[in-house]
Design a protein around this ligand. Structure first.
Ligand SMILES: *Cc1c(COP(=O)(O)O)cnc(C)c1O
Length: 450
């Protein structure tokens, strides 16, 4: 095959940290590659940024035409530690030359065990913990549910309004939004129930009132005796970066403990320094029984985990958990390097500092422009919700127009939310302050221009 790009461009922090557009987007080389995508790749696999990436690092993504875009998405909260982080690159290079696979279920290796040890140590709570590794967030969620069912002997699972847990059959059932995630893909897995969330901007409830509302529904419509697990994102990701009111998560977790229900925190998007803590559960003072992680765990290599109470994790019989690739050695080597960087570079503090810049600029924008109804989030996971100022109704058209205008100016922003009216900011923690500020000025002028 002829590579589309003659000279390879190396990524990582050595890439010039600047926004620079040398063509309109997509440029001719990207367009060629995107034409091949249209012909060769199933249309169900969409894309938001009309470029073909060739390198990334620090706070930029470079495309096949040499355009350098400011990255405020981190490939959906994955390259939190920085794209092509030098320590991750070195660890993977060392590992790939030694061995690429044995299957952990055939011949175990130390790298997997070291990742499990790190997760057991870093996740909230000082109780005895164990972990199991998988390939994707959805797979981790599926396995957390399997473990909870086996441990409790119960079947029902509660998920919440606006939840996103993945695209496999069980996780589609757990996910709230029909388009694009579920529509036409049923039938869905059974014994999944939906409870109301705490959404302070829209429901005005205190955390304890919102928890009481959810618990009442659970008790009346399911019954604690039938319930294996309550599954929740501490801060919702795809659902719109909804931060629950204080007291909501502890209220649910306490009720779960009193009723023998497994409390599962899905930290696939919030995990690993993103929210200013290593895990978002810490921000709300909850210690989950099980926690699912993926996205930020390995600097971009595919890896996911379930970590939690050793007694629950050991409930599944030998051979009941696993998979051919789960805990692949390259992904584990990357995770060990990424985790070392999260800790030694104090990246939770970096996330808080970036969050201050984001929050300050977005709140100033919101104060001057009533089309921004809410600015919320924690650390480097901040969102703006766009509304019709007269009615407060979600404004998806404005949101996508702002996002499009940002892209055209070389700033990658992602939208989210059940109503598609939220722009979320997930910069890599390796971004420069000035580059982030420049990106936010582009957002401000995009908003002013639409
Ligand atoms: C992305 C995401 C998932 C699914 O992860 P995949 O790796 O895409 O399968 C599950 N839960 C949450 C909260 C997510 O953000």
């Amino acid at each position: 095959m002829t590579p589309a790009v003659a000279a390879p461009v190396l990524g990582g922090p050595a890439l010039p940290q600047r926004r620079s557009l040398v063509t309109a987007l997509p440029g001719p080389r990207s367009q060629e590659i995107l034409d091949r995508k249209a012909a060769a790749v199933a249309s169900g696999v969409g894309h938001t940024v009309p470029i073909a990436a060739v390198a990334a690092g620090g706070g930029v993504v470079v495309d096949a035409d040499g355009n350098s875009l400011i990255d405020l998405g981190s490939g959906i909260a994955v390259t939190t530690v920085g794209n092509a982080h030098p320590a991750v690159v070195a660890a993977v290079q060392e590992q790939v030359a030694r061995f690429t696979h044995t299957c952990f279920m055939i011949s175990p290796y130390e790298e997997y065990i070291a990742v499990a040890e790190a997760l057991n140590r870093l996740t909230p709570g000082d109780h005895a913990k164990k972990s199991a590794l998988f390939n994707s967030g959805a797979e981790a969620v599926e396995n957390a549910v399997k473990i909870a069912r086996k441990a409790t002997g119960r079947q029902a699972v509660v998920a919440f309004d606006h939840a996103y847990h993945g695209r496999t059959n069980l996780t589609m059932a757990l996910t709230a939004k029909s388009m694009p995630y579920k529509s036409g893909f049923g039938p869905f897995a059974s014994e999944v129930y939906r409870a109301p969330l705490s959404y302070p901007y829209r429901d005005g409830l205190t955390g304890s009132d919102a928890a009481a509302r959810a618990i009442s529904l659970i008790e009346k419509q399911i019954g604690a005796d039938n319930l294996a697990a309550v599954l929740i994102e501490p801060i919702q990701g795809e659902g719109g970066f909804i931060v629950p009111a204080d007291g909501f998560l502890p209220g649910l977790a306490d009720w779960c403990r009193e009723n023998g229900v497994v409390f599962i925190a899905d930290e696939v998007q919030t995990g690993f320094a993103r929210t200013g803590a290593m895990f978002a559960s810490e921000l709300f003072g909850v210690v989950p029984d099980l926690i699912t992680t993926a996205k930020g765990i390995a600097g971009g290599l595919p890896l996911a985990a379930v970590t939690g109470r050793a007694d629950l994790m050991d409930a599944a019989h030998t051979g009941g958990l696993g998979g051919t690739y789960g805990g692949n050695p390259l992904a584990c080597a990357a995770a060990l390097a990424a985790i070392e960087a999260y800790e030694s570079e104090d990246l939770p503090a970096r996330a808080r500092a970036l969050g201050d810049i984001l929050g300050e600029r977005l709140r100033a924008l919101a104060a001057a422009d009533p089309r921004i109804g809410d600015v919320r989030g924690r650390g480097a996971m901040i969102a703006a919700e766009f509304v019709d100022p007269a009615t407060g109704a979600p404004d998806a058209a404005l949101t996508s127009a702002v996002a499009k205008a940002c892209l055209a100016e070389g700033v990658i922003v992602l939208t989210c939310g059940t109503y598609g009216n939220v722009i979320r900011f997930l910069p890599p923690l390796a971004i420069d302050d000035d580059l982030l500020r420049e990106g936010l000025e582009v957002v401000a002028s995009a908003l002013a221009g639409v």
